[in-house]
Design a protein. Structure first.
Lengths: 322, 274
């Protein structure tokens, strides 16, 4: 397989008549990386995956997947990627095994014994082996989702597009999917493009991610980088037995303090600083020296959810940030 | 193009169709109506009415346009024999062109439009199966069952016609004859293929199977023209006309398949859907 980047888009755009679903999207995904595509409903995530999976042509821009141009080598791209589509996209009148067998053959698994072994391996992994002879129409939503993921992996692709992989799954199954993605990316260097609005999945799995809204890239980077985009600095939260005015004044006089908020009833003091690593020991020492009785100290960072919401909201009113 | 991929698509769809009564029912009942019920009712009337029946009055212009050899043969027949001969060999012939078209239109309309409705199309289009393999696989899954029911319908029709002709013509069996063999194994497959090809192209361009079926129903118009043309005597499905039809539809088939393969681009299917 060609070397990195596994996926690269440059100014990718898709228009449906007058509606622009994706606009000028640029990002790179390295081999073995789990890259998140985050955004609210209708942001353009699924359209992006469809373009990269060569299901629809881009209106503008270019992209390569596994080293192949999506416009010129669509067939090669399809051979090299596994796709979990937005809908499970399963043939409900066929059994689980028949579905798997059809897609195994469609992806070129010609050797029957190898094909059977692969199907068994995947169906056993997803706890579906005992239901292999049942028609998919009898499956629950979660079972269908698991079968659809198994189908995406049938030809052991190096690049896998997962559109909302844990949607409809119970917590245990969702965890097994996350574990699988983690294992395949870390041990077997599979590349994942994970399209989700479940930030829990993104936080746990994605090394880097892009937030898109209304078809445009809002921000791209690691979770840390995205957090830093919405809030420069940190908040040190100190719980005191009693909030004393002298303590507050002492802290305010320290260098590198941006702001101090207090809540007398709960005994909490929130101190905004630029860099908590260098400032926290000095702040705690000053509080103690000023007579404050410290019960606990926490460094607060904006969660990915907060960062995501702020970035999306911020973008609503202005241009692209990427 | 890999034939195994064409067969793979065909087998997958065939498995699905076999388990879908909404599709199987019209595909099976239409041929039974045309090959069993209608002929039974139409042929039994002159058969039971005996020699007093003079239904050939309505076929006068058709008889006048028949080849002279057939006219000579008919001149020696009784009124009852002539009526049954005309109905069995000429009146019902165009119906056997409707059967493959109607059966295949149900199947072909479901090809891509049905997959869109059931939301299974994306995973299929994401596979490395080529556009032409997909197109031909979908065409084949409509063609094979349509021709199977047409052949079966012809066999049933032959049994009914021969059962009646055996007693009316003193042991003579009217079917199969050359014209009918050419009709069933020459015109029917070529006309079905043309209809299927067009319907599959339409099916890839509309949102639902019902929409595709409604549009593809227009393809029946030329057959109805043929039906009324023959009933009025303007056209007679004799050997020459049948051979000409085969030639015409072979050319149309080649054109439709060429266009189908050229026009069918998977990337347009979801773009239209979005």
């Amino acid at each position: 397989m060609p070397s990195t980047p596994a996926i690269e888009t440059i100014g990718l755009a898709k228009r449906f008549n007058s509606f622009t679903a994706v606009n000028d999207l640029t990002f790179k995904v390295s081999e073995g990386e789990v890259f998140g595509l985050l955004g609210p409903n209708g942001a353009g995530k699924t359209t992006t995956i469809r373009m990269l999976a060569c299901l629809i042509p881009p209106s503008n821009g270019s992209a390569s997947v596994a080293g192949y141009d999506i416009a010129k080598d669509a067939s090669k791209v399809r051979e090299n990627v596994g796709v979990l589509t937005e809908n499970p996209s399963l043939y409900e009148r066929l059994t689980a095994y028949e579905n798997m067998e059809f897609f195994a053959q469609a992806y070129g698994l010609a050797d029957q014994s190898k094909r059977n072994a692969r199907i068994r391996e995947l169906l056993e992994f997803f706890d579906l082996w005992s239901r292999r002879s049942d028609r998919v129409v009898t499956f629950s939503k979660g079972m269908k989702q698991k079968l659809a993921i198994a189908r995406a992996l049938i030809h052991n692709p190096h690049i896998i597009f997962l559109d909302e992989p844990t949607a409809g799954l119970d917590p245990e199954s969702a965890k097994s999917i996350r574990d699988l993605v983690e294992r395949l990316s870390q041990q077997e260097k599979h590349t994942f493009l994970l399209c989700t609005h479940r930030l829990e999945d993104a936080e746990r799995l994605c090394r880097r991610m892009i937030i898109i809204n209304k078809g445009r890239g809002v921000a791209v980077g690691t979770i840390e980088e995205l957090r830093n985009r919405v809030e420069r600095g940190h908040v040190i939260e100190i719980a005191l037995k009693e909030v004393d005015r002298k303590v507050v004044e002492t802290v305010k006089r320290l260098n590198h303090i941006l702001n101090v908020d207090t809540n007398c009833s709960s005994g909490l003091m929130r101190i905004s600083v630029e860099d908590h690593d260098s400032v926290t020991p000095e702040v705690v020492r000053s509080v103690v020296n000023a007579g404050g009785q410290v019960l606990s100290v926490n460094v607060l960072r904006p969660s990915l959810e907060e960062a995501y919401l702020k970035l999306v909201k911020k973008e609503e009113g202005r241009g692209q940030l990427v | 193009m890999k034939m195994e991929n064409v067969i793979l698509v065909f087998m997958k769809d065939w498995r699905e169709i076999r388990r879908n009564w909404q599709i199987i029912l019209p595909v099976v009942t239409i041929p039974i109506v045309f090959s069993v019920f209608l002929p039974l009712v139409t042929l039994l009337i002159p058969y039971l009415a005996g020699t007093s029946m003079s239904a050939t009055q309505g076929f006068e212009s058709l008889i006048n346009n028949l080849p002279s050899q057939v006219q000579l043969e008919m001149a020696e027949m009784t009124e009852q024999q002539r009526t049954i001969y005309m109905i069995a060999l000429y009146f019902f012939a165009p119906f056997f062109l409707i059967i493959p078209l109607m059966a295949s239109s149900v199947l072909a309309s479901d090809s891509f439009a049905g997959e869109k409705e059931r939301k299974t199309i994306e995973a299929l289009l994401a596979t490395p199966i080529s556009d032409s393999e997909l197109f031909l696989g979908k065409t084949m899954v409509s063609f094979v069952p349509a021709m199977a029911v047409t052949t079966l319908a012809f066999a049933l029709y032959s049994v009914i016609v021969n059962a009646i002709s055996f007693s009316v013509f003193g042991g003579r069996m009217l079917l199969p004859n050359l014209v009918w063999l050419l009709l069933i194994f020459g015109v029917a497959p070529t006309i079905a293929l043309a209809g299927i090809g067009l319907t599959v192209i339409i099916s890839a361009r509309v949102k639902g199977a019902r929409e595709a079926q409604q549009i593809s129903a227009l393809l029946l118009i030329p057959i109805f023209i043929l039906l009324f043309g023959q009933a009025s005597g303007a056209v007679v499905l004799g050997p020459l006309v049948v051979m000409a039809l085969i030639g015409l539809f072979v050319v149309i088939d080649a054109l439709v398949i060429y266009l189908g393969v050229r026009l069918f681009h998977r990337e347009e299917i979801l773009s239209r859907l979005a």
